[in-house]
Design a protein around this ligand. Structure first.
Ligand code: GDP
Ligand code: ZN
Length: 332
């Protein structure tokens, strides 16, 4: 039978079958042997439920329409898929404690999936003034581009979460990313109208500490679709990110089209339009530095992959990615 992985924790994946039954499952040996394939949250799977066996067996993982991939933080050159088959990525950051560098990275990873992207600015009640809210919002809009919606929420103002609910319409799934502590769980609880996710207070209060919360779950949003909270995701190393960078840095890419050389690295080439824009102040130094650093990171990860492949004696091949990043409107 067919089903979808709706919860992943330290134990066995929980699959909801098409008939609506929840079944704990393990992977068929043939599926995981040799390769490191594992079902992730959101995966559609074929499950076998042998008689006299207390668990279902995942026989096949269906091709993914979309995946959220980062570089495996524990391995040198392996991708790690964190979620599959979603429609939108919601990037959460606290409005009064923004980390714009991290936001740029989060946007690259989000755009790379090809899904819709939105930014959720949390804890608006802690902002100094309405003016501060407006100015952060404008800066985020500049970074994220016109394709990404930006919403402002506060746990103190339940009505504010309706803007988030609208980003998760029925029949769709949204994945939340953001550093621990930005208020994702609180937001999920507000959306659901119940304490379905343990917030920081609960996690710390139970004496187990926050590091125990690693479960990923698809949570049903009333009058909406599903959200996936991804706690415990710290590092966001880039894997394939060319399309994501192109979309998340459309402003820089657009400038680069006027560079004299198509493969301009914007370092010391003559006729570099990007560096000219930095010098004239049209493009900020910080923005340019982020762009160069993220591009450099993808070059490095590609080199390491090639190196690892050579060591395994394999030929260069394209990765089995489901798609390329979604082209974002270049005009801003
Ligand atoms: P998560 O780690 O992203 O899931 O973040 P939590 O939802 O656990 O929230 C982290 C902390 O921020 C907790 O102490 C929350 O009570 C607090 N918090 C969450 N949302 C808000 C908000 O809108 N305003 C304020 N002032 N605090 C919030
Ligand atoms: Zn250039």
């Amino acid at each position: 039978m067919r089903g979808q992985v709706v919860k992943l924790d330290r134990g066995y994946p929980l699959v909801r079958t098409d008939e609506g039954r929840l079944v704990r499952c393990e992977h068929a040996t043939a599926l995981v042997k040799g390769e490191r394939v594992r079902a992730v949250i959101g995966d559609f799977v074929e499950v076998d439920a042998p008689e006299g066996h207390d668990k279902g067996i995942i026989e096949r993982i269906c091709p993914r329409s979309r995946e959220f991939v980062r570089k495996d933080p524990t391995e040198r050159a392996l991708p790690q898929v964190l979620a599959a088959n979603f429609d939108r990525v919601l990037v959460a950051q606290p409005l009064s404690d923004m980390n714009f560098k991290r936001l740029e990275r989060e946007l690259v990873l989000a755009y790379e999936t090809g899904a819709d992207v939105a930014v959720v600015l949390t804890k608006a009640d802690l902002a100094e003034s309405d003016e501060a809210v407006r100015s952060v919002r404008a800066r985020v809009h500049d970074l994220a581009g016109p394709a990404a919606e930006t919403v402002v929420v506060s746990a103190e103002d339940p009505a504010s979460v309706e803007a988030v609910r609208a980003l998760v319409p029925p029949g769709t799934t949204a994945v939340f990313i953001g550093k621990s502590g930005v208020g994702k769980s609180s937001l999920v609880n507000l959306l659901v109208g119940d304490e379905v996710q343990e917030t920081a207070e609960v996690r710390e209060g139970d004496g187990k500490g926050r590091h125990t919360t690693v479960s990923r779950e698809m949570i049903r949003v009333p009058n909406g679709g599903y959200v996936v909270d991804m706690p415990g995701v710290r590092g966001l190393g880039l894997w394939d990110a060319d399309a994501g960078i192109e979309a998340a840095f459309a402003d820089v890419e657009e400038l680069a089209e006027s560079c004299r050389f198509r493969d301009c690295r914007h370092v010391d080439e003559p006729g570099c339009a990007v560096r000219a824009a930095v010098e004239s102040g049209e493009l900020s130094e910080a923005r340019f530095a982020s762009y160069q650093a993220l591009r450099q990171e993808t070059v490095q990860v590609k080199e390491r992959r090639e190196e690892a492949r050579r060591m395994r004696g394999e030929k260069a091949s394209t990765s089995g990615k489901p798609r390329g990043g979604k082209a974002r409107k270049k005009k801003r």
